[in-house]
Design a protein around this ligand. Structure first.
Ligand SMILES: [Zn+2]
Length: 123
């Protein structure tokens, strides 16, 4: 289950008939704000929203390498915020243990066994 109603806070993703992974979110009918979650109203202007899919491509906005142990994850591992094309910013795991270069193209490649959103980055 997606936020903000509780449960798993990670975005829900879906594989299209063309084989692309996309985030299942919402777009505001009034101001076009993209949201990575199934929010009932626009978080920017409170207008009505409609279902929208975002991705699979985007751009790395920021990245880091996690070097501390977290349950279910073995450090080191790389995380990145990715601005999906014409869509929201999402947090995703990146293959490898190097930070993803900021500004580089990235694309959704599904989820890990632990259910984390994953991207590959064109380094
Ligand atoms: Zn809005």
């Amino acid at each position: 289950m997606s936020s903000p109603t509780g449960g798993d806070p990670r975005p829900e993703i879906h594989r299209t008939a063309q084989g692309d992974w996309v985030v299942v979110g919402r777009r505001c009918r009034a101001c076009a704000e993209p949201v990575a979650y199934a929010w009932p109203r626009c978080p920017a202007c409170a207008a009505a929203v409609e279902a929208a899919h975002f991705g699979p491509r985007g751009t790395v906005w920021s990245s880091t390498v996690v070097r501390i142990a977290v349950p279910g994850h073995t450090p080191p591992y790389s995380l990145a915020y990715v601005d999906l094309d014409d869509g929201p910013r999402v947090l995703a795991h990146v293959a490898g243990d190097e930070p993803a270069p900021i500004g580089r193209p990235a694309w959704l490649v599904g989820t890990s066994d632990a259910g984390d959103l994953q991207v590959e980055v064109d380094r």
